[in-house]
Ligand binder design. Structure first.
Ligand code: TRP
Length: 486
């Protein structure tokens, strides 16, 4: 069978690793992870999050990369080709379409949050954060958002930077950007952890992140951890699949996946070690919610030696992390337009960018002019977040593992993953049984359709996984062979 020739490939073997880490490491690691860890009570949450990365994040990421490289294209085209090779149903392409749409929708509100990070780098410098209480800083944040020109201006700046990089291409745009941004980000983070170590309450921060309180393990927290594992690894949203399609044949998907997942987790934990010691040293609460890095942290920086300098460094780091994620969210769409419709990358980026600006405008205005427009009880910004993280990513994740675990002939994935037998068996077990059961539970619980707490009744989960596995591995081959022999 002649396989599709790749149109684009990463220049170096670090290309994918840097770009995928750039996609994964973002606001999810530095903004969301610290505050949800704070809300769910520290070490117990961290442990559940690590378990979810291992049990679901890694198998799903391997699947996405393998599908992308096998099909060599945007999510829709890559899945289409793999399914065709398998003589399967072309409807599976819809999974790629949904993932692509999810990536695009995430970007529509992500530019707003990224805009906050850019704006705060500037505000740290020009003194507008020189307030003396968290309330006063809350007011600064509120005023920033109340002004559509200010909020919008910074968000549009992020969108334009993103489009500019993506328009320049995979090697000349994306790879070139991440090649210096990612090492820069790592360096900034290490400097900030060093600062927290010498000037903050490092012990208190460390204990908070790693001391384990079993009573804090709840179904609610597990669900948050699972959802976050998806989000932080950029799964089921087209990004990893599209980046995977640019990996040269012969590079190990498994090793690459582990490196990206490890780097992403390390950044989240180090961000926690940079933030919490500073929060604790200034007597603040770790559970301040989404305002943690925009309200509590700037105040903490004000009160510390060289605080302004390190504050600028912190928000510059967040801005870079957000930018390298943003470019991956629109890459799938640009790749699709470029490949399917023969539109140049520049025009594809401009077209996608025009739609992006219109939709994200509604997200920007959610904080001011349209704040009162709350169809179904939430504003447009919250709707984008809700639809993508509650529905599209879990659903996409389930369909991806079902496709790889059940619908495709075994050798397609086996070829691509190129694992030793035991490793392959483990991957297959995860995508066939563990991932679908766990993701379904999360999904149902998040919707409030599950009448019990899946952690307190963990044996239901274990039982369902076990029963499915027995059914699948022991009974199904017998049923199939009985039918075939007849
Ligand atoms: N992983 C990103 C972060 O942690 C967020 C993200 C979610 C994402 N889905 C994505 C990034 C799709 C790129 C593409 O901030």
């Amino acid at each position: 069978m002649t396989r599709e020739k790749p149109k684009n490939l990463w220049l170096s073997r670090w290309g994918f690793i840097l770009a995928a880490t750039g996609s994964a490491v973002g606001l999810g690691n530095i903004w969301k992870f610290p505050y949800i860890t704070g809300e769910y009570g520290g070490g117990a949450f961290v442990l559940m999050y690590l378990a979810c990365i291992l049990a679901i994040g890694i198998p799903v990421m391997m699947t996405e990369i393998a599908l992308g490289r096998r099909g060599r294209g945007s999510p829709i085209d890559a899945i289409g080709r793999v399914v065709k090779e398998n003589n399967g149903n072309p409807l599976w392409k819809a999974v790629g379409g949904m993932a692509m749409l999810a990536g695009f929708m995430i970007l529509c509100f992500y530019v707003v949050v990224a805009g906050w990070a850019f704006a705060y780098t500037w505000k740290m410098l020009d003194g507008s954060l020189a307030a003396t209480s968290v309330d006063a800083l809350g007011q600064v944040f509120g005023e920033h958002n109340a002004n559509p020109w200010q909020l919008g201006g910074w968000s549009v700046l992020v969108a334009l930077l993103t489009l500019w990089i993506v328009a320049k291409g995979v090697q000349q745009g994306i790879e070139r950007a991440v090649r210096w941004m990612m090492p820069g980000l790592a360096l900034m983070l290490l400097v900030l952890v060093g600062y927290a170590f010498t000037s903050g309450s490092f012990g208190a921060g460390f204990d908070f992140l790693f001391s384990f309180d079993a009573s804090k393990i709840t179904g609610e927290a597990l669900l948050a951890a699972l959802g976050h594992a998806f989000f932080t690894l950029s799964l089921a949203s087209g990004a990893i699949l599209t980046y995977g399609s640019y990996i040269p044949d012969g590079q190990s998907i498994t090793r690459t996946t582990f490196m990206v997942a490890f780097a992403d987790t390390a950044v989240a934990l180090l961000a926690g070690l940079a933030i919490f010691p500073i929060i604790f040293a200034n007597g603040m609460s770790p559970s301040a919610g989404p305002g943690l890095i925009f309200m509590s942290l700037p105040l903490a920086f004000q009160q510390m030696p060289f605080g302004t300098l390190f504050g600028v460094l912190f928000f510059a780091m967040v801005s870079i992390a957000a930018l390298t994620s943003a470019i991956s969210m629109i890459e799938a769409t640009v790749a699709y337009l470029n490949e399917k419709h023969g539109i140049s990358r520049l025009k594809a980026a401009m077209g996608a960018g025009a739609v992006l600006l219109i939709i994200s405008l509604l997200a920007m205005l959610s904080f001011n002019l349209l704040a009162g427009w709350t169809p179904g009880g939430q504003n447009f910004f919250d709707w984008l977040d809700y639809l993508t993280s509650r529905w599209m990513m879990p659903l996409g994740g389930i369909f991806l593992v079902l496709l790889a675990g059940y619908a495709l002939r075994g050798e397609i994935m086996r070829d691509e993953l190129n694992l030793p037998p035991l490793g392959y068996a483990l991957w297959l077990f995860m995508v066939r049984y563990v991932c679908p059961v766990l993701i379904t539970m999360v999904f149902l619980h998040a919707l409030g359709w599950l009448g019990f707490d899946p952690i307190a009744k963990w044996y239901w989960i274990a039982g369902a996984i076990g029963a499915l596995a027995v059914l699948g591995e022991v009974l199904r081959p017998r049923v199939v062979s009985a039918l075939v022999d007849r």
